[in-house]
Design a binder for this molecule. Structure first.
Ligand code: FES
Length: 350
């Protein structure tokens, strides 16, 4: 797969992931792929990256479509006997077995970080996303914060061996050296490929980096305005990079790892799913999708960040508010449940 030095950090599984107990049952899982609804993968290694982050290396069964560097996939894991899907960026380079790097944030990710082990089975959907390397060589600037390094690591692992003289600056913001995912591997890559220049920014030591400040960025990357910029990380960080890039012409290629929520008033709301005849209370800080999941009511979803439109459900009555923009939406028709709340009542054909 091309990953240097996979070190073992293995913890015993406690049944959190679907986990065939012996080789025969595993063979049955893989043997049934042609009739199975979803492609399956089997974890081969678990590597601890930081105290709260692990990488799962896995082999994917028949039906898996090889990823491109920078893409993500929905991964299904079984938690307390229930399969739950979440999107994860793929950290492995192209042309090899996939891996995902998971930080313990939220129910599913915490279970993975605590309990994933070799032999566990994952359920896989096809890789998606347009956060991709450019088709032609060019000078690049990666602006990365926190877990935003995950798809960028796939890009660096793919790009640097393929074009060793490529000119790449990586500005990587993390809280501390200890929480900096892939820190040592990035330094090794830079040793091996002089075209890669990493700049680490630890906020515990240097405070917040204002990614919209051209002067601050010029100290880290003097020719930043001449480079094709990629931004990956929390919404506020990516938006700051977008603001700066707008002032000198080219919009960056972006990947967001969360949504900045503009909840108004902190009020509860109510949703009515007409087909399943179910009423659902939506908490003051919840989206419709989150409230449905809490009530174990399945709604379609993908990225969970308002990007992919997999979560569209027809609004038939009432109104919803977009949690990012605060916009009110009353027109009957498809609504993204991952970024909306009832205002204060909404009915859906679902
Ligand atoms: S899940 Fe992707 S837009 Fe809602």
């Amino acid at each position: 797969m091309g990953h240097p030095g996979i070190k073992g950090f293995f913890r015993a599984a406690a049944g959190i992931l679907s986990y065939p107990q012996d080789p025969r049952s595993f063979a049955q899982v893989f043997g049934s792929l042609t009739s199975a609804h979803y492609t399956r993968g089997r974890i081969t290694h678990v590597r601890r990256e930081t105290p709260d982050t692990v990488t799962l290396f896995f082999t994917a069964g028949e039906g898996w479509i090889p990823h491109r560097a920078g893409q993500w996939a929905r991964i299904g894991v079984e938690v307390d006997g229930k399969r739950i899907w979440r999107p994860y960026s793929i950290s492995a380079p192209e042309h090899g077995d996939p891996s995902i790097t998971v930080k313990a944030q939220g129910l599913v990710s915490e279970h993975i970080v605590e309990r994933a082990a070799p032999g566990n089975v994952l359920y896989l959907e096809r890789p998606e996303g347009q956060f991709l390397l450019p088709d032609t060589p060019t000078e690049l600037l990666f602006m990365v914060a926190g877990s935003g390094i995950t798809p960028v690591m796939s890009m660096l692992r793919t790009l640097m061996p393929r074009r060793p003289d490529h000119d790449v600056v990586l500005v990587y913001v993390s809280r501390s050296r200890e929480s900096c995912i892939f820190h040592d591997e990035i330094l090794e890559l830079a040793d091996q490929f002089p075209g890669l220049r990493p700049v680490f920014w630890f906020t515990e030591e240097r405070g917040r980096l204002d990614a919209s400040d051209a002067d601050a960025l010029a100290e880290l990357c003097p020719d930043h305005a001449d480079r094709v910029t990629y931004a990956s990380g929390p919404d506020s960080f990516v938006s700051a990079v977008e603001d700066l890039s707008r002032s000198h012409g080219g919009p960056p290629v972006v990947e967001r790892f969360d949504v900045t929520r503009q909840f108004s008033g902190g009020q509860r709301g109510e949703v009515w799913f007409t087909r399943s005849e179910m009423t659902l209370e939506v908490g003051p800080d919840e989206t419709i999708l989150e409230a449905a999941e809490r009530a174990q009511h399945q709604l379609p979803h993908g990225c969970r960040m308002g990007i992919c439109h997999s979560c569209l459900v027809p609004l038939t009555d009432g109104a919803v508010t977009n949690i990012r923009t605060g916009e009110l939406h009353r027109e009957p028709g498809p609504v993204q449940t991952c970024v909306t709340r009832p205002a204060p009542h909404a009915a859906f054909d679902a």
